[in-house]
Design a protein around this ligand. Structure first.
Ligand code: GDP
Length: 300
């Protein structure tokens, strides 16, 4: 169980239908393939890129049997992901920085808190001392949820009263992380997409405060996106990357969607590595994104 079964089934049943009764890849098959990719939320521009590449292969080899289509498509997707995810992530350990600071951003409901909880669990299992900072102080529920995850996975949480200054929570978290010799600090932030300038100012303020404690922090600005929301996820990615220097993505709820193609589209459009994928609600349902494994699980 890879958590990607729905996307896989969606891909395959549609591709099988598109090639039923046909022996070669022709324009009709390519048209249908284009539609399949677009409806799997790969996105139009990325889909066209893939189709053009397959067209070029077909033109070169003259005759491509429909039975080869899956492996052709697999190669192209693999290639596309390789171009944008140069560094694969193989473990939940972070070398040089102590503490390694992760600032987590994203709108409410995408699975931000759950991702933080799962990540804390994975990092702890990998032998790290982890602390969480509940800097989404605008929603009481957000602070409670982080506290709950902290209890569940057994990591310390720094929280202040609701409505307090998020930058002050971030400051406290990092200061105590240094004092306690913790390896990783994960800071939640408010998921309000009010307006771009507001968002930018808020995140900049938190970052500046972090740098007062640890120059170079945050080392990772992780944007969490709900893969099942397709084009909304792409729009959020656009907004957040314009507001702050996002350098890693987490795509959640891939287990609940047949549209996992969004991973391919987002990676191609934004050139930011997909670092984590969420494939369920439990604490073990977070995987480091491995492009080969991802493509394999779609085409197995
Ligand atoms: P936040 O508002 O962004 O902090 O979102 P939450 O972390 O509270 O998550 C919202 C809902 O999505 C919760 O019911 C989570 O259990 C659920 N959720 C989060 N990640 C995943 C995932 O990878 N798969 C599934 N199926 N559900 C998820």
């Amino acid at each position: 169980d890879t958590g990607l079964e729905k996307t896989k089934d969606n891909f395959f049943s549609k591709i099988s239908k598109a090639i039923a009764g046909k022996s070669t890849v022709d324009d009709d098959v390519l048209d249908e393939l284009e539609e399949i990719l677009v409806t799997s939320d790969v996105g139009v521009s990325t889909t066209l890129k893939i189709i053009e590449r397959i067209q070029a292969r077909v033109a070169k080899d003259k005759y491509v049997s429909t039975s080869e289509l899956n492996s052709l498509l697999r190669d192209e997707i693999q290639q596309l992901l390789a171009e944008n995810n140069s560094n694969d992530f193989h473990n939940f350990e972070y070398g040089n920085h102590k503490p390694y600071v992760i600032m987590v951003v994203g709108v409410n409901g995408v699975g931000k808190t759950t991702t933080i909880g799962k990540l804390a669990h994975q990092l702890k299992m990998a032998g790290n001392k982890v602390v969480l900072g509940a800097a989404d102080t605008f929603r009481a529920a957000a602070v409670d949820q982080i506290l709950l995850w902290g209890e569940r996975v057994g990591v310390r949480v720094v929280a202040q009263a609701m409505g307090s200054d998020p930058a002050s929570v971030a400051f406290d978290t990092l200061q105590s992380a240094v004092a306690n010799g913790e390896d990783v600090a994960i800071i939640d932030t408010a998921g309000r997409l009010h307006n771009k300038v507001g968002l930018m100012n808020e995140l900049t303020k938190i970052k500046n405060v972090m740098q007062k404690v640890i120059p170079g922090a945050p080392h990772e600005i992780l944007l969490v996106l709900d893969a099942s929301t397709g084009q909304n996820a792409i729009e959020q990615c656009k907004q957040f990357t314009e507001a702050t220097a996002v350098n890693a993505l987490a795509l959640t709820k891939l287990d609940g969607t047949a549209k996992g193609g969004v991973v391919i589209g987002i990676s191609d459009q934004f050139k930011i590595p997909v670092k984590y994928i969420g494939v369920g609600e439990g604490m073990n349902d977070l995987q480091l994104f491995d492009r080969k494994g991802f493509v394999d699980s779609l085409f197995k």
